[in-house]
Design a protein around this ligand. Structure first.
Ligand code: MG
Length: 369
């Protein structure tokens, strides 16, 4: 081993996180203004290389959300074991592999360093903590209490000498709960290192609440062309007008600006990434449904207020504003008086003033639940 070993981190983000019941991968949820995945990966960017294992559906989103010159993406498998296999196959050479759950963003540098130091010295370093709960087991219908002094709950990071963990995965087939089990089954012995009760794995929707106490502001802007033969929909309301807005979805320019403002506040990639106009699924999409999707991604935030200003030469929007506020408030799960919709003309100037299009600008303030 060289005096300064080459270290590759593997961050597992391919799970669906179905127990969090968010309707999307929990790694993409916003915590403290960044995605869970980005918050976790930041802790490992100091190493030579970081491999993020993700599902194909989430790859583009993660490429926008997680920044780093030394970051590579690998498509995961159907199981954790297969995902790690894919990651190991993508690494041609390194000295130490540190494998970590993407859903453990609170890991500290100290925990990571202890795990790696042990791997350099002993072959492996598995973060673990003593059980704080009493432990019982059942054998032949009989309950037996186990001395919890000898019981450890295993976490990640789990670090290994690369050649050994690679050999272990080559030797063992099947699916396992973690990497240390594969390593042990291949005949290597594991060494436990100090984890922390704070190094939690975000698992259920409840785990995301109260993680921080933050207000976040965001801004969004959109513009769409006005043409004959399209419906005009603004803030989810269809308005009587001779023209409508052209777009891949229903082209609700006001809701698009609100969605981008919300995503911006949450530190998430914009609607162009989430709902690309190259994707057939979003052809003719109801923008209010897309707004619901955005709100699910901001699961652990609530609305403080939302302002949207629509810039249109015609028609007169004032008579519809109360209803627009109400429609938006119901989807944003807040009161009408926290939503403000204003309208202005462009004084006959430019593309909006000449009636060729409409624009909208939005600013939002959200706070953590
Ligand atoms: Mg748009």
């Amino acid at each position: 081993m060289k005096s300064s070993p080459e270290i590759t981190a593997v961050i597992l983000c391919a799970g669906q996180g179905s127990r969090a019941n968010l309707g999307y991968n929990k790694m993409l949820a916003s915590v403290d203004g960044v995605t869970v995945a980005a918050k976790t990966v930041r802790k490992f960017l100091r190493f030579d290389k970081v491999v993020i294992v993700c599902s194909p559906d989430d790859e583009e989103f993660l490429r926008c959300a997680v920044l780093g010159d030394n970051v590579d993406f690998v498509i995961g498998g159907n199981t954790r074991t297969q995902s790690v296999r894919n990651a190991l196959a993508s690494v041609s050479s390194t000295d130490i592999i540190v494998i970590h759950d993407g859903a453990r963003p609170f890991v500290t540098a100290e925990i990571i360093d202890k795990s790696i130091e042990s791997a350099v010295k002993n072959g492996s370093g598995i973060a673990a903590i003593k059980s704080t709960n009493a432990i019982k087991t059942v054998a032949d219908g009989k309950i037996i209490t186990i001395n919890r002094e000898n019981v450890f709950t295993v976490q990640t990071p789990q670090s290994f000498r690369f050649d050994e963990i690679k050999a272990a995965y080559d030797k063992i087939s099947g699916d396992y709960a973690d990497d240390s089990e594969v390593y042990e089954l291949a005949g290597f012995s594991t060494t436990l290192t100090e984890g922390s009760p704070d190094n939690v794995k975000l698992t259920t929707a409840r785990d995301f609440y109260g993680l921080n106490d933050a207000y976040r502001v965001g801004i969004g802007y959109d513009v769409h062309k006005l043409i004959h033969g399209r419906r005009l929909i603004l803030c989810g309301k269809e308005l009587p007008f001779e023209k409508g807005l052209l777009g891949h979805s229903d082209a609700d320019v006001a809701v698009h600006a609100v969605m981008d403002a919300l995503l911006s506040a949450g530190g998430l990639p914009d609607i162009g990434v989430l709902f690309p106009d190259t994707d057939k699924r979003f052809e003719g999409a109801d923008s209010m449904e897309l707004l619901k999707d955005v709100m699910r991604r901001l699961n652990n935030y609530e609305i403080v207020n939302v302002s949207v200003c629509i810039i249109a030469q015609k028609p007169k929007l004032q008579p519809h504003i109360a209803e627009m506020r109400h429609i938006l408030a119901s989807v944003l799960k807040t009161d009408d008086d926290r939503i403000n919709v204003s309208a202005t003309t462009a004084e006959g100037l430019g593309i909006v003033g000449e009636g060729q299009g409409m624009a909208a600008i939005s600013q939002v303030l959200i706070k953590t639940k």
